[in-house]
Design a protein around this ligand. Structure first.
Ligand code: AMP
Length: 607
């Protein structure tokens, strides 16, 4: 049976899992870590770096290192969230050709799906290394509160990475799948998912025979650990300003160091009560003197700094319970997901609200990927008994005359679903109608997200209100929407799948796919080369050290001189191969270098 991997494409970290012999397991990367930073960088030499290797160089290459790209995926350039990211990111964000967002790395512009594709590709490679075979199918998770554009852009990222994303599922739903998998329980659970960039809450009923039914979901796609980090940064920056009258934000490298230190302090404060932020040589005073930043942050201060953010998550929980028409006492279990739920204040706030101790039995960083893998396996294996019924996180409808939003599918409707409504023309002799497809909760159309538009033309001429148009909305299991409009009298029909606004055209995706393939080959050989180079250089160094001694011992015989010359030639060849960055040639020379090294050591040992 074909293997399907489950990928949790996180704001801060990503994780990949698979079901092996009926058991879901997380796949560690080559460094042995179960999660990989969702970071991408381009070095001065033009090399792309992904994951830990990108994170390690983030401070010295701040401008060309992307983090938290998920916050930008599927967003429009003029959205407030993008404006905020432009102001606070250490990398450059510019306007793309389709009112979308591009990120500049070393003078080259990348779309956000392209950046996310690099992370997905890395996760694919981690899985392939582990399995020893290539993988092409994946289930990728997204925050439950992602709208259609963000989902579509995530699918595009998968395609660019060479993955067939067979299903997009919601993160809290994936967590619930993992929580309930194989346990044969019947329970109503709330999944509180607070990650690096997003907050989600879902309420599910886990029923007999593997039925997982989402009752309600809500969240905020711009509320996460990054915002808490930002509060700590603000606190550090303003303290420094008071003391030295220097704004650290002006310096990208200082900002990146602050970001790192803020996150580190935040994580430490989950286990200790106070921690020291210590950043020597953070900036120059301008008078030829380096300034240091040193401040003690207590858990209490952190809790004060982030109080309103935690409160916001609780308010969303409250609203979701109301939407689900459930009382707190009807929630039998609260499952915590996402790295931020390690913060004691968050745990106590959740406990205080739901009036019960949250379940800490699931691993907050791994549970989502495990759930995605479980869903992946169920999709290709008919024998697995599992039914997943998710809901649409936002209402769907169209804009009607007077800029009103007319809802067709309410929020929290179980998907897949379809709904039909009849509209009429708004003017006399109107021969065309424009259908603007929207997603959101506001009655005022302009406050909602525009998903796409199309025009139904060729309507028969008639007084206003007399031509009836039937509009049908359909949401498939991925949560992706299609819309059909039909003139009921003539049967004239027009439809769209709402995909156009992910920010990329088909041609662009195709080109990016080709580029990503090149990059994969490129990256793999680079790693191979670096490993070979390291080994060869180590051997050359040792041989060089032994040369004078060996020369002295063997120079008196022809045989000895010949051996020395051969050794020199091997070293020269290896050096040339390193210079040419030719991995295969370096590897070829390693054998000769090893032999020479052994021989040299033998000669020296014998004397
Ligand atoms: P996720 O998106 O689930 O990987 O969550 C990542 C977020 O969790 C980041 O903002 C991390 O800084 C945060 N995080 C990870 N570990 C801890 C911890 N021990 N205490 C507080 N926050 C943490």
């Amino acid at each position: 049976m074909e293997k399907v991997i489950g990928i949790d494409l996180g704001t801060t970290n990503s994780c990949v899992a698979i079901v092996e012999n009926g058991t879901p397991v997380v796949i560690p990367n080559r460094g042995g870590y179960k999660t990989t930073p969702s970071m991408v960088a381009v070095t001065e030499a033009g090399k792309r770096l992904v994951g830990h290797i990108a994170k390690r160089q983030a401070i010295t290459n701040a401008e060309n290192t992307v983090y938290a790209a998920k916050r930008l995926i599927g967003r429009k350039w003029n959205s407030p969230q993008v404006k905020n990211a432009v102001a606070t990111s250490s990398y450059r964000i510019v306007e793309g050709p389709h009112n979308d967002v591009r990120i500049v790395l070393r003078d080259k512009e990348f779309s956000v799906p392209e950046i996310s594709a690099m992370v997905l590709q890395e996760m694919k490679v981690i899985a392939e290394d582990y399995l020893g075979e290539s993988v092409s199918k994946a289930v990728v998770t997204v925050p439950a509160y992602f709208n259609d554009n963000q989902r579509q852009a995530t699918k595009d990222a998968g395609e660019i990475a060479g993955l067939d994303v067979i299903r997009i599922i919601n993160e809290p739903t994936a967590a619930a799948l993992s929580y309930g998998f194989g346990r044969n329980i019947e329970k109503t659970v709330a999944v509180y998912d607070f990650g690096g960039g997003t907050f989600d809450i879902s309420i599910l009923e886990i029923g007999a025979h593997g039925v997982f039914k989402v009752i309600a979901t809500a969240g905020d796609t711009f509320l996460g650990g990054e915002d808490i980090d930002a509060r700590i940064i603000d606190w550090l920056v303003s303290g420094f300003k008071e003391e030295h009258n220097i704004d650290l934000r002006q310096d990208r490298m200082a900002l990146q160091r602050l970001k790192d230190a803020a996150e580190k302090a935040k994580c430490e404060l989950s286990s200790v009560r106070e921690t020291e932020v210590n950043l020597p040589f953070i900036i120059s005073s301008g008078r030829n003197e380096a300034l240091h930043l040193q401040r003690t942050l207590t858990r209490q201060t952190l809790e004060e700094l982030s109080e309103d953010l935690v409160e916001r998550t609780v308010d969303i929980c409250k609203q979701t319970l109301e939407d689900a028409k459930l009382g707190k006492d009807e929630i039998e279990e609260v499952v915590l997901v996402g790295g931020m739920t390690r913060m004691p204040k968050i745990q106590s706030a959740v406990q205080a609200f739901f009036e019960k101790e949250p379940n800490k039995g699931v691993h907050p960083d791994e549970v989502v990927a495990l759930g995605a893998a479980i869903q992946g396996a169920a999709l290709v294996d008919d024998k697995q008994e599992m039914v997943l019924l998710d809901v649409t996180p936002h209402a769907l409808g169209i804009m009607t005359f007077g800029s009103y939003f007319e809802e067709l599918i309410p929020q929290n409707t179980t998907v897949p679903t379809h709904r039909t409504k009849i509209f009429t023309t708004s003017r006399d002799n109107q021969t065309a109608v424009k259908i603007l497809v929207m997603q959101g909760e506001s009655q005022r159309a302009e406050e909602n997200e525009l998903l796409g538009e199309f025009i139904l033309t060729g309507l028969r001429r008639a007084p206003k209100g007399q031509v009836e148009i039937e509009v049908t909305f359909e949401i498939n299991a991925d949560g992706i929407v299609s819309v059909r409009a039909k003139d009921l009298e003539t049967g004239l029909e027009q439809s769209i799948q709402v995909t156009a606004t992910s920010g990329l055209t088909r041609e662009e995706i195709k080109t990016m796919m080709d580029n990503a393939k090149d990059d994969l080959v490129d990256r793999r050989t680079t790693e191979e080369f670096e490993a070979a180079k390291q080994e060869a250089e180590k051997l050359i160094g040792e041989i060089e050290k032994l040369f004078p001694q060996v020369q002295q011992i063997v120079a008196s015989s022809d045989f000895g001189r010949d051996a020395i010359e051969k050794a020199r030639a091997i070293v020269e060849k290896a050096r040339a191969a390193i210079e040419r960055r030719d991995a295969a040639a370096v590897k070829e020379q390693i054998e000769g270098l090893t032999r020479t090294h052994r021989m040299f050591k033998g000669v020296v040992a014998k004397t």
